[in-house]
Design a protein around this ligand. Structure first.
Ligand SMILES: [Zn+2]
Ligand SMILES: [Zn+2]
Length: 253
């Protein structure tokens, strides 16, 4: 499995791009930054977009991705996620108000197809097995284990303290990487919990639940204005499995 980090921050500022991964050149996990990072010919190769949730920092580039490639593509981009997430995307983004409803246009050849995931079922998409659980966020959000049979990655999306994701990750076969959010510094734990996020101290407790110290935990979704403090606090955890994404990484698993 090829994994590219297109965006890995919890907000945008110069050099800081919001959340998206690209798997095997064709499968995006979240779409916070896709159109901004890939040339248009590479955008046209994205067949599937899997969403953790509908917050803007995870879907911001989806309308621009669709707009950039719908003429050149012969098939719709499939947008996957829990039905609650897709409903928000349809109702509040592709609603002919904020942006065209690309689920029905162009007529007869719509640019996107919304594909709801079924709770409790493992989906098979583009040669990948997608297992998912609901996360503990302020809106309906999913966390994923994504496997190509040889390698599995865990993607937390946005979450505060939770259980089901770590149970799923603990037993995941061939788990190679865990992409885990940490948004706020330790002295903002109250806000982190209220807004459905983690701090470095909370991250440590969560990784203890995962109980896979051999699996690198790659930290994303840092709020740029707290970057230095969060980096310092993550280093102070003294956990060898923790490393911090800076953007643009590529992993071949
Ligand atoms: Zn969120
Ligand atoms: Zn977010």
């Amino acid at each position: 499995m090829k994994v590219q980090v297109l965006g890995n921050f919890g907000s945008r500022s110069p050099g800081h791009y919001t959340t998206a991964l690209l798997l095997n050149d064709t499968f995006a996990v979240d779409a916070g930054t896709v159109a901004l990072m890939l040339p248009i010919d590479q955008q046209a190769r994205v067949d599937d977009v899997l969403l953790t949730h509908a917050h803007l920092d995870h879907v911001a580039d989806l309308p621009f991705l669709v707009d950039n490639v719908f003429v050149s593509r012969s098939t719709p981009i499939r947008v996957w996620g829990p039905p609650q997430v897709l409903d928000v995307v349809h109702k509040h983004f592709f609603n002919n108000q904020v942006y065209p409803d690309f689920t029905v246009i162009p007529p007869g050849k719509p640019a996107i197809r919304l594909c709801p995931l079924v709770a409790g079922e493992v989906a098979e998409i583009a040669g990948l097995k997608i297992a998912w659980v609901e996360m503990n966020h302020t809106v309906y959000a999913a966390g994923y284990c994504i496997s190509d049979g040889d390698a599995t990655i865990l993607v937390s999306g946005d979450t505060t303290t939770t259980e089901a994701l770590w149970r799923m990750g603990h037993t995941a076969v061939n788990l190679k990487l865990a992409f885990v959010e940490t948004s706020f510094p330790n002295d903002m734990a109250a806000l982190a919990t209220l807004s459905g996020h983690l701090t470095p101290a909370l991250l440590k407790e969560e990784l203890a639940k995962l109980d896979r110290p051999e699996v690198p935990a790659l930290i994303s979704h840092i709020k740029p204005q707290f970057r230095e403090q969060i980096h310092r606090e993550l280093h102070e955890l003294g956990l060898p499995q923790v490393s911090i994404l800076t953007g643009g990484e590529e992993f071949n698993l």
